[in-house]
Ligand binder design. Structure first.
Ligand code: 5GP
Length: 138
């Protein structure tokens, strides 16, 4: 399947769709997941038109990994959770629903289950406050 320039994350990168941004550099961008599976569920995307890991250049794959490390540390500190799950889905059969490659950063603690994937829209005031807290921990 060819990369679709009109996917929602491409629109976010072009500033055509809103998001709660937590981090940006030359090659990557990070923002709050609008249908989070837990509080502070954050996404990292490369500024590169790739659907999945197999289409991504090694240079941008490395940049995404570096930003995931940076933002995951901030999410861990901001959420004060003992664990952080990093997930990256390739293809609809793997559960991918947005076809611009992205990495999920999901803080975890024992006994707290994940909510359904990409189902319930979060309260925007809450997302804004969480983004601010993550930014303070970068
Ligand atoms: P995937 O299923 O492709 O791995 O993950 C896509 C993620 O993007 C889901 O967790 C979903 O909640 C999130 N998502 C879908 N649409 C939007 C949107 O418009 N804005 C933001 N910030 N996240 C979105």
């Amino acid at each position: 399947m060819a990369y679709d320039d009109n996917n929602i994350f491409a629109k976010i990168l072009r500033g055509e769709a809103p998001c709660f941004k937590v981090y940006e550099d030359e090659k990557t961008f990070a923002f709050m997941d609008v249908m989070p599976q837990v509080d502070m569920h954050t996404l990292v995307i490369p500024k590169f038109p790739a659907e999945n890991l197999f289409d991504l250049s090694p240079e941008y794959a490395a940049a995404m990994a570096t930003t995931v490390q940076t933002v995951a540390r901030a999410v861990k500190n901001a959420s004060d959770k003992p664990g952080v799950m990093i997930a990256q889905l390739n293809g609809s059969e793997a559960g991918q629903t947005v076809f611009h490659i992205h990495t999920h950063i999901i803080p975890r603690e024992g006994g707290i289950d994940l909510k359904f994937h990409a189902r319930d829209l979060a309260d925007f005031k809450l997302l804004e406050a969480q983004a601010e807290k993550i930014i303070q921990n970068l």
